[in-house]
Design a protein around this ligand. Structure first.
Ligand code: NAD
Length: 434
């Protein structure tokens, strides 16, 4: 099939490259020409393990190309997939301006029947909105498909090639069959629904995962007060098949470009039909507060006085194996520390440049490696569980810190790791281990 993907972000680029890997002819379009330039030169504008190799392989095979010319790319497509961003508006609602713009541009390029699929996460009714927009510009025939995406940054290639399920929202059986055919090599688990249910399904999934995280973080906070260990509690809970182990890791809360914006958007979607989603409001509130648990611990240690203290921060990305810092807990934690007069020394193996571009220098001292950040610090806060932090030589680390205070926002160290050290160690929802 000839597939055109609009938007070469985390979703569009990975999907496009993976469709090419399945043997289809794929054109990836972006209006950001600097991204197109990088891609054409064999580079990848985001950090995503395995993507570069797959891109090079499929470009060399002549199945994959990149362009800024949407009109031409749409003209030669059987299937057009919209994968542009849907960031939050100030009131929490999804900003559909990129979707609308893409729809109009597609409409203007239509030259015959096509399937137009929306892969971006969009509120219920958006596929209808896209279809109406396109119809207002062209009389060419097309079918709308809702094709929500469930990949995770950091393992996006693996997730795309081996998805748990594919969801296809359609009102045309023929178009649904074509999309099912396209995804059949990836999984047998293809769920075909009406368009509105597919749109809702994506938000419901993310809201549920966010709820699991906030739930275990609340349990962690209670564990701290009653002297229980949340990691043992979660482990025991997780063996129950009705609960499962995934997303029961206590920490400093969720971040990234999806859960925060999608939970806010679902609250708004409900609000627009006069339904107050009380549970999800609490999930968001708990998550916001959880970020500050690192700060609360630091303030307890330093008797409320962070001014003049040197605090090392390990990890800026919202999770390991990605360069994405959108709504990362590190943003607010660092901003709070700087506002409090602390001197922040920060390091992240991949996300440092993105952080500086999005949030400015913030008066932070950027370090070239983890140990440089720790050197001379009064305390170290681990905010992202990158492998190199987990594997650090704790003895060496202890000797570099001015005070051996370690706040582990991701519960990566075990009691035995700390046994021969003098660390004053705080984690989330566990008793003092050292
Ligand atoms: P992104 O911001 O990384 O990328 C979007 C890209 O679209 C940008 O490169 C932008 O330049 C391009 N673009 C915007 N308008 C365009 C136009 N008219 N023509 C051509 N290009 C255009 O976004 P993302 O993280 O890939 O997310 C895309 C969508 O997928 C969002 O709705 C998001 O919620 C959803 N989603 C994201 C993830 C994730 O992990 N990032 C997972 C599942 C779903």
């Amino acid at each position: 099939m000839n597939i055109t993907v609009i938007g070469t972000g985390y979703v569009g680029l990975v999907s496009g490259i993976c469709y090419a890997e399945l043997g289809h002819h794929v054109v990836c379009v972006d209006k950001d020409l600097s991204k197109v330039e990088i891609l054409r030169n064999g580079g990848i504008p985001i950090y995503e393990p395995g993507l570069q190799e797959l891109s090079a392989k499929n470009t060399a095979a002549g199945r994959l190309s990149f362009t800024g010319d949407l009109r031409q790319a749409v003209g030669q497509a059987d299937i057009v997939i919209i994968a542009v961003g849907t960031p939050s508006l100030p009131n929490g609602e999804a900003n559909l301006s990129y979707i609308d713009q893409a729809a109009v541009e597609i409409a203007q390029a239509m030259n015959g029947y096509k399937i137009i699929a929306v892969k971006s996460t969009v509120p219920v009714g958006t596929n209808e909105r896209v279809a109406n927009l396109i119809r207002s510009w062209t009389s060419e025939r097309f079918d709308s498909i809702s094709l929500p995406e469930f990949l995770r940054e950091g393992s996006a290639v693996q997730d795309t090639l081996h998805p748990d399920r594919i969801v296809i929202g359609a009102d045309s059986q023929e178009a649904a069959d074509t999309m099912a055919e396209l995804h059949k090599p990836l999984t047998d688990q293809i769920v075909v629904t009406d368009i509105r249910s597919a749109e809702m399904l994506k938000y419901a999934s993310n809201a549920f995962l966010a709820t699991k995280i906030s739930f275990i973080n609340e349990i962690a906070n209670i564990c701290e007060k009653v002297g229980a260990d949340v990691t043992r509690v979660a482990e025991g809970m997780g063996y129950d098949k009705r609960i499962g182990h995934a997303f029961l890791k206590a920490g400093i809360g969720y971040g990234g470009s999806c859960f925060p914006k999608d939970t806010r958007a679902l609250i708004q979607i409900a609000g627009n039909v006069d339904y107050e989603f009380k549970l999800l409001r609490a999930v968001v509130e708990v998550n916001q507060d959880q970020r500050m648990s690192v700060i609360r611990k630091l303030e307890t240690i330093f008797d409320g006085e962070l001014s003049g203290k040197t605090i090392a921060v390990w990890g800026l990305a919202f999770k390991p194996n990605t360069d994405d810092v959108r709504e990362s807990p590190a943003v607010e934690i660092i901003q709070y520390l700087v506002r409090s007069g602390a001197r922040v020394k920060a390091y992240d193996p991949i996300a440092m440049q993105n952080f500086k571009t999005m949030h400015g220098d913030n008066g932070v001292m950027w370090c070239d490696d983890a140990l440089e950040a720790a050197t001379g610090a009064d305390a170290l806060c681990l905010l992202t569980e990158w492998e190199e932090f987990v594997r650090v030589d704790l003895g060496q680390l202890q000797s570099l810190l001015r005070k051996p205070i370690l706040i582990d926002g991701r519960n990566v160290f075990k009691e035995e790791d700390l046994a021969d050290t003098a660390f004053i160690y705080f984690s989330i929802g566990r008793p003092r281990l050292n």
